[in-house]
Design a protein. Structure first.
Length: 181
């Protein structure tokens, strides 16, 4: 394995591992307003994913969108039986949504936590869908099995939280030391 392949694997595995930790923590931890650990891990996971994308473009696609498009089409044909290069745009959208979400939580934590539950759920459903496809459908080996385990675990935590009434909106109480206006 050369340095490019190693960087591509390490950065995506770090991003996905942190993604799972933060989502699991969010499901089980009551107060996202004060969860500095999750907020920093979410931003770190996103940066790791963006580094992964940069490494993939540099080492694997020679900085060519057309090469990424073709590679996506071929990989889709291998896995699903039909070519679909436009899937690369779903990956671009994933990067953009995650970057905006992480930046929002990092820079404006109060408004982030107060945002619509539907917006929050929509963001997380899209991120989960793309992460699941990337880790489980289009990967194999350790990454696939870890992705399956993480998906089952997160689904179980979500179901338990839902059945316990965890998803009811809680009143937001701003702390006196809040730096956000």
């Amino acid at each position: 394995m050369d340095i490019g392949q190693l960087l591509i694997k390490i950065t995506i595995r770090a991003a996905l591992a942190l993604y799972v930790v933060v989502v699991a923590r969010e499901i089980t931890y009551r107060d996202r307003r004060t969860d500095e650990i999750a907020r920093c891990c979410w931003a770190t996971a996103c940066v790791s994913f963006l580094i992964h994308v940069g490494c993939a473009f540099y080492f694997y696609h020679s900085m060519s969108h057309l090469a990424a498009f073709r590679s996506t089409a071929l990989r889709t044909r291998e896995m699903l039986g039909f070519e679909f290069g436009y899937g690369v745009y779903f990956s671009y959208l994933f990067a953009l949504i995650w970057a905006v979400d992480a930046g929002w939580w990092l820079l404006k934590p109060v408004s982030y936590v107060e945002r619509s539950r539907w917006l929050h759920a929509g963001v997380h459903l899209y991120l989960f869908f793309i992460a699941f496809n990337g880790a489980v459908i289009f990967e194999g080996g350790v990454t696939r099995w870890a992705g399956i385990g993480a998906s089952v675990g997160l689904t179980g935590l979500t179901a338990r939280a839902w059945s316990n009434g965890r998803w009811q909106r809680q009143p937001i109480v701003r702390s006196m030391g809040s730096s956000e206006s």
